[in-house]
Design a protein around this ligand. Structure first.
Ligand code: HEC
Length: 150
C-alpha cells in the first residue's frame, strides 16, 4: 500500500483501519511491497476475516464448556471451514504454506468434532496459532486468551 500523499483520502483510512484490526499494530501483517492488491473493500469485512471472527466466538463458547466441565461439551462442534476458498483482505495474507496450514487446522477441527475434549480443544487453538504466526500475527494476543486456564 502506498502511504504518504494518499493517506488523506477517506477510503484509504478505512482500509488502514481494517488492516490494523488484523495487524494489531504489528507491521508484519501489512502488505509488504506487493504491487498487486486485492480490490479495496472499505465497507466490508473480508470473507476470511468474517469466518475468523465466527470461529473465535465458537472457541469462547467451547472454552466455557470445557472449563465448567459442562456435559454439553459432548455435543459441541466447530464449523468446518475451508479457508482456501475464502477471499482475504489482501493477497499478501495468503502466505506460503497457507493451504497446508488450513488443512492442518481442518484436521484439528475434525478431531475435536469426533471427540470433543480439553485436549482436542487445545489442539484447535494450536492450529489457530500455527497459521497466525506465519500469516497474520496481529490476533495472536487475542488467540492466546483462548488457552485453557490450568
Ligand atoms: C490457515 C491460516 C489461519 C488459521 C488456521 C486461522 N487464521 Fe485467523 N486469520 C488468518 C488470516 C490470513 C487473517 C486475515 C484475514 C483478512 O483480513 O482477510 C486472519 C484473521 C483473523 C482475525 C482478525 C479478523 C478481523 O476481524 O479482521 C482473528 C480474530 C482471527 N483470525 C482469529 C483466528 C482464530 C481464533 C483461529 C482459530 C479458530 C484462526 N484465526 C485460524 C489466517 C488463519
Amino acid at each position: 500500500m502506498t502511504r504518504g500523499p494518499l493517506l488523506g483520502s477517506g477510503w484509504l483510512i478505512v482500509a488502514a483501519v481494517l488492516m490494523a484490526q488484523c495487524a494489531g499494530g504489528d507491521a508484519s501483517c501489512e502488505p509488504q511491497s506487493t504491487p498487486r492488491l486485492a480490490p479495496a473493500q472499505p465497507n466490508r469485512t473480508s470473507e476470511l476475516a468474517e469466518s475468523m471472527r465466527m470461529l473465535d466466538a465458537e472457541l469462547l463458547g467451547v472454552k466455557t464448556l470445557v472449563e465448567n466441565s459442562d456435559p454439553a461439551l459432548q455435543e459441541a462442534q466447530f464449523t468446518d471451514i475451508d479457508f482456501t476458498q475464502l477471499a482475504p483482505t489482501d493477497s499478501s495474507m495468503l502466505v506460503e504454506g497457507f493451504t497446508a496450514l488450513s488443512k492442518a487446522f481442518a484436521h484439528h477441527v475434525a478431531a475435536f468434532n469426533a471427540a470433543p475434549s480439553s485436549e482436542t480443544y487445545s489442539a484447535v487453538v494450536g492450529g489457530c496459532e500455527a497459521c497466525h504466526m506465519k500469516a497474520c500475527p496481529g490476533p495472536l494476543e487475542r488467540i492466546a486468551k483462548r488457552h485453557l486456564a490450568d
